[in-house]
Structure formats: structure tokens, C-alpha cells
Design a protein around this ligand. Structure first.
Ligand SMILES: NC(=O)c1ccc[n+]([C@@H]2O[C@H](COP(=O)([O-])OP(=O)(O)OC[C@H]3O[C@@H](n4cnc5c(N)ncnc54)[C@H](OP(=O)(O)O)[C@@H]3O)[C@@H](O)[C@H]2O)c1
Length: 257
């Protein structure tokens, strides 16, 4: 399927993990992709090489999305290279995992700026570039920590709740311009991000097996499951979905324990 032929898609944090999978999904469906990284250039260049091998253009941009100047610089590069933008996938995330009583102002600012502030100010840069194409789509990656309590996840969970609220506000404000804004909230996905959790470091893959066993669908969510729903939300079939957060967790969060 070529639902995104010649579209320009920016995926933040797309050298690794779910972001990489989404970048490749859009490229397979015909899009040119902007690959953003922060600390790890090598995997970003590898993702770009795979995009180019599919016959699409890839632009690699190093930018800490939590820094407003670097964020603006990334969009300047998108404009210089492509002149417009069709899709923004707000995927990059970071955070300090600690109990609420152990959090420090620096961790709060770091996390909120990278995860949530960058969506608001990224949208301010993205919308005019999307207007040049007559509209577009923004999809943000949230997580279950926005509505549930995960161990040591207070600051990231709060930043994800802010993302879901931003998606509603941006969805309403940008809909008249033909820009649709939504979020996808996956359950546990096996990526390097799991290593930031103390329980995972202590108990390793056992924790993951436990989540798997408690998931009604019988398995963990994969990066491809997430990419499927994200791509759908950016497609013409999802034209009337505005400001929503779609949970993709095989039913994991529905069960009271
Ligand atoms: N994995 C899960 O179980 C899970 C569950 C629910 C939601 N999610 C969400 O899904 C998204 C992707 O998660 P993941 O598991 O793929 O994460 P990951 O493997 O930890 O990868 C994080 C990505 O974000 C980039 N990044 C981090 N800080 C950045 C910054 N300041 N500026 C730009 N890029 C930055 C990293 O780039 P560098 O490599 O260059 O640092 C990397 O590409 C996140 O929003 C996460 O919260 C994940």
C-alpha cells in the first residue's frame, strides 16, 4: 500500500525503537522521512540508509527537541530541504524515573520540555509547513502512565497526560486548517526504554513475561502494532478522528487487579 506517496514525514527520535519502526513504515508506504536523533547518530544514519534503500529521501537531523532553539533549527532544516511537511510523529521521549518524593526540579524540566513542551512548540513550527500542503496530521506517542500509576513514573506520566491534553487542544485549533492531531498510547513494547525501569533492571525479562501473561491478547504490543495504528491515524481513512488518544495494549489496562 502506498498511502503516503511523496508525503514528507518527520518522526522525532527515529534512530531506535518504535520511532525507527514508524519511519520505515512511512517510507515503505511511499513517504520521504526526516529522521531526528539526539545522542545516537549511528542508528539514525542506519535508519536513513534503509529509507534510501526503499527509494525515498531521508534527512537526518540532530536536535534535542527539549531545547527550543534546536527544535526551531530542526524545522528550519525541514523547510530548507523539503519546503513543507505533511506528517509529524511526536515520538521522542526521555525522563527521570524516581518516586515522586525523590524527584528534582531539573528532572521535571528535562522531562516536561522533551516530552510535552516540544509538542506544543513543534506544532507551531509544523502547522505553517503543513498549511503549504493544504493540511496534515500530527500523532503523539503517549503511554499508560498518563492515566494509570506506574512505578517511579510520576514525571513521565505527567508529561504524557500533558501530551494527551495538548492533543485535544491542538486537535480543535488546527482542525479548521485540515490538520488532524491525535495520540497513540501503547502498552509495554520491548525496546531499550524498558532498561530505564528499576523493576526491569532487577527482574529482567521476567517482568515482561508477567505483563505478557496478564495481557488479554496474549502477547506484548510490538513496534509494528504501534506503527499500524499511527499510520492509520495519518491516513485519509481517519479524517474525522480529532484530538483522541487510542490505547494499543491488547486489553492490558482494562483489567482491575
Ligand atoms: N517502549 C514502551 O514500552 C513504550 C510504551 C508506551 C509508550 N512508549 C512511548 O513510545 C515512544 C518511543 O519509545 P521507545 O520505547 O521506542 O523509546 P527508546 O527506545 O528509549 O527511544 C527513544 C528515542 O527518543 C530519542 N530521544 C530521546 N531524547 C530525545 C531528545 N531530547 N531529542 C530528540 N530525540 C530524543 C532517542 O534518540 P537517541 O537515540 O539519539 O538518544 C531515541 O530515538 C516514547 O514516546 C515512549 O514514551 C513506549
Amino acid at each position: 500500500m502506498q498511502r503516503f506517496a511523496d508525503k514528507i514525514v518527520l518522526v522525532t527520535g527515529s534512530g531506535r525503537g518504535i520511532g525507527r519502526e514508524m519511519a520505515l513504515r512511512f517510507a515503505r508506504e511511499g513517504a520521504h522521512v526526516v529522521i531526528n536523533f539526539f545522542r545516537n547518530r549511528e542508528p539514525a544514519e542506519e535508519t536513513a540508509a534503509e529509507v534510501r534503500a526503499l527509494g525515498r529521501q531521508a534527512l537526518v537531523v540532530r536536535a534535542n527537541v527539549g531545547d527550543l532553539d534546536e527544535l526551531a533549527g530542526m524545522y528550519r532544516q525541514v523547510e530548507e530541504t523539503f519546503g513543507a511537511l505533511d506528517v509529524l510523529i511526536h515520538n521522542a521521549a526521555s525522563g527521570y524515573n524516581r518516586p515522586a518524593m525523590g524527584q528534582k526540579p531539573r528532572g521535571w524540566e528535562w522531562t516536561m520540555n522533551i516530552n510535552a513542551r516540544s509538542l506544543l512548540f513543534g506544532a507551531q513550527h509544523a502547522a505553517p509547513l503543513m498549511a503549504r500542503r493544504g493540511g496534515g496530521a500530527i500523532v503523539a506517542l503517549s503511554s499508560l502512565g498518563s492515566i494509570r500509576v506506574l512505578e517511579e513514573y510520576v514525571v513521565v506520566g505527567t508529561s504524557k497526560a500533558a501530551i494527551e491534553a495538548l492533543v485535544r487542544y491542538l486537535g480543535v485549533e488546527l482542525a479548521p486548517q485540515g490538520i488532524r492531531v491525535n495520540a497513540v498510547s501503547p502498552g509495554v513494547v520491548r525496546t531499550e526504554a524498558l532498561e530505564h525501569f528499576q523493576t526491569f533492571r532487577d527482574e529482567g525479562p521476567d517482568v515482561v513475561s508477567e505483563v505478557e501473561a496478564r495481557t488479554p491478547a496474549g502477547r506484548l504490543c510490538t513496534p509494528a502494532d504501534v506503527a499500524d495504528v499511527v499510520a492509520y491515524l495519518c491516513s485519509d481513512e481517519a479524517t474525522m478522528i480529532c484530538g483522541q488518544t487510542i490505547i494499543v495494549d491488547g486489553g492490558y489496562s482494562l483489567l482491575a487487579r
